[in-house]
Design a protein around this ligand. Structure first.
Ligand SMILES: [Zn+2]
Length: 201
């Protein structure tokens, strides 16, 4: 019906359907949201999108986003310890780590995690670039901050196997009981991981 009577709307719906993370049931709501906007604000929205695409680049070293210059603000920061690299899956994981305020090393953004079922292999991530970074000799320590999911764990194990034999320190984030939560309300996996990762008192 859309194709015959509302071909332009169908085109819009098709474009929205191609946006990952946008739930199918929300596609029509988002289309309506755009159609209800006035032309001026819609124009401003499109301009910002194009401007972002034009100006925002990935850092050649760590794959964090940046604007202008050759590297991101973290890699360019002289006070950061370049010998310690925290490996994260995505840019927003990097932001979360930064918000913790307790890390002064640098990062490596993988661009996702290994997921054979979805066809995501090592070549789809920045694993090769990380290995090159380590073999260049500038890295003394790798901290895995991948998610505690099967995909995140598999990614960390795969990279660790590639780094085997290299004289660097490899560690991963401790997982355990979140501050402020109670044992009663913790999920099974978190509680099990906390138990496995217990430390001397
Ligand atoms: Zn960088």
């Amino acid at each position: 019906m859309l194709k015959d009577r509302l071909p332009t709307l169908q085109k819009l719906i098709l474009q929205l359907q191609s946006v990952p993370y946008l739930a199918t049931k929300n596609v029509y709501r988002v289309a309506l949201h755009f159609l209800e906007k006035d032309e001026q604000s819609l124009d401003a929205f499109c301009k910002v999108l194009l401007e972002a695409k034009k100006n925002i680049r990935q850092c050649a070293l760590c794959f964090n986003w940046h604007e202008g210059g050759q590297s991101c603000s973290i890699c360019a920061d002289g006070s950061r310890n370049k010998g310690i690299v925290c490996v994260v899956e995505t840019w927003h994981d990097l932001l979360a780590m930064e918000k913790s305020g307790g890390y002064d090393g640098v990062y490596h953004v993988l661009g996702g995690s290994l997921c054979p079922l979805e066809g995501i292999g090592p070549e789809d991530l920045t694993i090769e670039q990380l290995i090159t970074r380590v073999t260049s000799g500038a890295v003394q320590e790798i901290i895995f901050a991948t998610n505690p999911t099967p995909e995140g764990e598999a990614s960390a194990s795969f990279i660790a196997s590639k780094l085997k034999g290299m004289s660097i320190k490899i560690s991963k984030l401790a997982s355990g009981v979140p501050i402020g939560s109670t044992i009663e309300y913790m999920d099974r996996v978190t509680l099990y991981k906390a138990l496995c990762g217990r430390r001397p008192f």
